[in-house]
Design a protein around this ligand. Structure first.
Ligand SMILES: [Zn+2]
Ligand SMILES: [Zn+2]
Length: 130
């Protein structure tokens, strides 16, 4: 799979038994449909997060293409309104694209336990980036 942002080949990494695709060039992350839910490992929490996604409409960020179907992805806001994070979502539901640091931001914006294993792992994985 090629990076949706810089076109480098993506590396598959395993986080909490969930395979995520990671770009070593731009540090973007692709999550297949359902993987975010698996990472959160809490059904109520992931439902709450996914329900917070709002289509962003016009955006100044360039549209990226889904690495699976190549359709231009749509922009969605995730997380609480006051600190929403702009993500890319495949209009056909293949998955979500997170720019550098955005997955960590999304997870941190939620009322997740900040000591949860997945956040710790992400911090290690993206050590030094914020
Ligand atoms: Zn990249
Ligand atoms: Zn797609």
């Amino acid at each position: 799979m090629d990076c949706a942002n810089c076109k480098n080949p993506m590396i598959t990494a395993e986080l909490e038994n969930v395979e995520i695709d990671f770009c070593s060039g731009c540090e973007g992350i692709w999550l297949d449909a359902g993987e975010l839910e698996s990472l959160l490992a809490d059904e109520a929490q992931s439902r709450h997060l996914l329900a917070s996604f709002v289509a962003a409409g016009q955006s100044t960020e360039t549209g990226r293409r889904c690495p699976i179907c190549r359709k231009t992805m749509e922009k969605v806001y995730a997380g609480p309104k006051d600190k929403a994070i702009l993500l890319d979502r495949c209009p056909r539901g293949h998955g979500l694209w997170f720019d550098r640091g955005e997955l960590k931001q999304v997870l941190e914006s939620e009322t997740l336990n900040q000591n949860s294993k997945v956040i710790q792992l992400l911090k290690e994985m993206f050590n030094g980036m914020d």
